[in-house]
Write a protein that binds this ligand. Structure first.
Ligand code: CA
Length: 227
């Protein structure tokens, strides 16, 4: 399990890193939001510990950007005792939990375990992007609470895109991973495009906010933001 700590106070950051590594977590440190985003975009992070008072972009801005781009990792915010407002804003901006500084390390560990366990269960059972939800127990898809009927192939295709939301998915990837077609002598690009069009008609067309975008000549991306 990999934890990213965005905290500008060196002493605090290093104490957290040392303590968490002792507990078996892999820990990356970032002193600013920019460094944090670099790490979030370059590797898989399971949980973010986010200090709210940072130089430059503050924690709330970082948090909002993370949620806007559709990243679903759990975020635990760290805030000063006198900043009650921050706590409320933080939770409203998409934080999963908060701790008031100074806190006991054992308390931090307990919160982290809860968040990671919750995430693990959610990951296995359902995926969500904006108001689009996929449930793998019932095999149902919903958008804005309305059920959407998909064929088995469309379900697979959507799952593939949703597990990689925010990333570009090429036709080549879809051909190999969803259609298991590795022989490029039989191009199935048209078949893929037909399925994408059908999926789009079902999950996007009736709704104002579009999630499935085509990048001409590159592939597709499922994202809340226009690529
Ligand atoms: Ca700070």
């Amino acid at each position: 399990m990999r934890i990213l700590v965005i905290e500008d106070e060196h002493k605090v950051a290093h104490a957290l890193k040392e303590g968490l590594e002792y507990e078996g977590y892999q820990v990356d440190l970032a002193g600013t939001g920019e460094e944090g985003f670099y790490i979030l975009n370059s590797q898989e992070v399971d949980l973010l510990l986010l200090d709210l008072s940072l130089p430059g972009r503050d924690g709330i801005e970082i948090l909002k950007t993370i949620r806007r781009t559709g990243m679903i990792l759990p975020v635990l915010i760290l805030t000063a005792r006198d900043a009650v407002e921050d706590r409320v804003i933080g939770l409203n901006s998409g934080a999963d939990d908060y701790l008031i500084k100074p806190f006991a390390f054992s308390e931090l560990l307990a919160r982290i375990r809860v968040l990671l366990r919750r995430r693990k269960n959610e990951d296995l059972l359902r995926l969500k992007l904006a108001d689009l939800e996929m449930d793998f127990v019932t095999h149902k898809v919903k958008r804005a609470g309305q059920p959407i009927a998909l064929t088995a192939r469309e379900f697979e295709l959507l799952e593939y895109l949703l597990r990689r939301h925010g990333q570009i998915v090429s036709r080549e990837m879809l051909a190999g991973d969803v259609w298991q077609e590795t022989n490029r002598a039989t191009p199935i690009d048209n078949l893929i495009d037909v399925h994408i069009a059908r999926l789009r008609r079902k999950i996007d067309e009736p709704f104002e906010k579009k999630l499935l975008h085509t990048l001409r000549g590159v592939g597709f991306i499922l994202s809340e933001e226009m690529p």
